[in-house]
Each structure stands twice: as structure tokens, then as C-alpha cells.
Ligand binder design. Structure first.
Ligand code: PDD
Length: 267
């Protein structure tokens, strides 16, 4: 229905982007994605912080202040009669004089259908395919997902739900989620070469015993439990990495307890 495009709220079907925008010709831009539940944006302050940080880190100017962004979002939820769903904010690389240096970005904010994992994935757990890779500009939420989009064919063919990126034996994250293990009651998650997820922030607050540190692939395969988190998946238990079974091969009790506690934060 309605979206914000550059400087105003318009009908989404009327939004346009110049074909020479750096987002199109060089894949340069940033975004963020949050959920709306009971007509309220979940953890909006955290997502706005990250979006503003991503804009600064990529030298793209944001025309709207934090307060203006939040006003636009509330107005869009209202105008679209939205109860549950997703919201995407995008700041493109903009038009560039030399078709290369960051320009003045164009801002788009629009409601989006959510693709949530099936109940079966929560009850049975998922498989990840290990892959040697580090996300470029990992700490920034850029719109560049060329590599994961391209690779999704390979993980699907392997019967996996997603990938587990690692380099020199050290794990970073999955293609669109953060990764954790549980060992002897303790939550362990890496912090280098990752996007610091908003879901991760809350999961870490909910965990009793935790270590934020380097995590090797060998150690992960010996874990009692494992899981991934993201805005859309929330917390999905991982029961297999490549051909290795994790723990009992079923979603673990600490993982499920953290999922339940996170769901309580949503209400
Ligand atoms: N993905 N790591 C990467 C590379 C991500 O793209 C995301 C988010 C996360 C988890 O962050 P959060 O908990 O804030 O969603 C980690 C979004 C949901 C996506 O691109 O679909």
C-alpha cells in the first residue's frame, strides 16, 4: 500500500529508483529489517541505532533524523493498517558523479510480508552446511548479499537450511543469522567478523552463563546444543552441521528455554 520514498509517503507502486543509483550499478547500500507485532515495531530503538550506524560507516548521508524515521514508521503502520509483518529500511548508494564514489543516498521504508520458518523447523531443528567464507564489511548491514544468494542453491542441494561461515577453522555466522553453541550449560558465540544481531543482543541478555569469544569448528561439533538467531527466524535449533550430529540430534533444553523467554519479550 503506502511506503516512504526519498522524502515523502506515497503509494508503494509509485516508488521508483534511478537505474544509475550505486545500489543498482555497484550493489552499494545499507538496510535494516524489523518486525511489527500487535501494530507495534519490535525493538525499534535498536534497529534505528544500527541503521544510523550503517549509514555513517558507509559514508551515506541520511536525510531524516532518528525522530523523523520513527515518526514515518509509526505513520506507515497506521496508514497500512498493519498488525503483524516486516519492515525494511533501505538507504541506497545514490547517484554518484563518477559512478563510483558514495553519493547522497535515497531512503525507502516499506512494509513487507514475513517468511517465517515452519513449526517443524523449531521442533526438529535444522542442518547447516559449513562453508569457508567471511562476509565483506561484516559489521555493517550492507545490501550486498550476492554471495549468499548465489550460494543458496548449493546449501539447498545439500539438504541444509543455511550455511555456517568459517575461516581458518574459526566460525563467524550464518548467511543471515548469528550462531551459538551451548556447552556444559554455557552459551558461547563469536564476536569477530559478524553482524551484531538485535536478536543476539537480547538472547545474550537472557542467558545466564555466556562467553563471547572465538569459536572453532572443532569445538562446535562437540557442542551439547547449537542454534541460530535472527529477526525473522528468532531462534532455530541446529541439530546437524555437515555430516555431524550436534548433541542428541534434537533441539536442546537451553535453546528452547531461551526461545520461550525471547517470545515473552515480544509481548
Ligand atoms: N538478517 N547476520 C547477518 C549477516 C544478517 O543479515 C542478520 C539479519 C543477522 C541477524 O541480525 P538480527 O537479529 O538483527 O536480525 C546476522 C536479516 C533478518 C535478513 O537479511 O533477512
Amino acid at each position: 500500500k503506502y511506503c516512504f520514498a526519498r522524502d515523502k509517503i506515497i503509494l508503494t507502486e509509485n516508488a521508483t529508483l534511478h537505474p544509475m543509483d550505486l545500489a543498482v550499478i555497484r550493489g552499494y547500500g545499507i538496510f535494516d529489517f524489523f518486525r511489527v507485532s500487535n501494530s507495534k515495531p519490535l525493538f525499534l530503538d535498536h534497529y534505528l541505532d544500527r541503521f544510523i550506524n550503517s549509514a555513517e560507516a558507509t559514508y551515506l548521508g541520511l536525510a531524516l533524523s532518528r525522530e523523523e524515521l520513527s515518526q514515518v514508521i509509526l505513520e506507515l503502520i497506521d496508514k497500512n493498517d498493519m498488525i503483524t509483518g516486516g519492515f525494511r529500511m533501505i538507504l541506497t548508494g545514490g547517484l554518484s558523479e563518477n559512478h563510483f564514489s558514495p553519493g547522497k543516498g535515497s531512503l525507502f521504508i516499506f512494509a513487507e510480508e514475513l517468511f517465517l520458518p515452519s513449526e517443524e523447523k523449531y521442533s526438529k531443528g535444522i542442518k547447516l552446511l559449513g562453508l569457508e567464507h567471511v562476509r565483506p564489511l561484516a559489521k555493517i548491514k550492507t545490501t550486498n548479499y550476492a554471495y549468499p544468494v548465489w550460494h543458496s542453491k548449493i546449501w539447498k542441494e545439500a539438504g541444509a537450511e543455511d550455511v555456517l561461515y568459517h575461516q581458518d577453522g574459526m566460525i563467524s555466522e550464518s548467511s543471515r543469522s548469528n550462531f551459538y553453541i551451548i556447552k556444559d550449560g554455557k552459551l558461547i558465540t563469536p564476536s569477530k567478523q559478524i553482524l551484531e544481531g538485535i536478536t543476539r543482543h537480547h538472547i545474550l541478555e537472557l542467558a545466564d552463563m555466556k562467553e563471547i569469544r572465538d569459536l572453532g569448528m572443532e569445538e562446535a561439533l562437540q557442542a551439547d546444543e547449537a542454534f541460530i538467531t535472527s529477526t525473522t527466524k528468532v531462534l532455530l535449533p541446529v541439530v546437524q552441521i555437515d555430516n555431524h550430529k550436534i548433541g542428541t540430534g534434537k533441539p536442546g533444553p537451553i535453546s528452547l528455554d531461551l526461545l520461550r523467554k525471547f517470545r515473552n519479550l515480544e509481548n
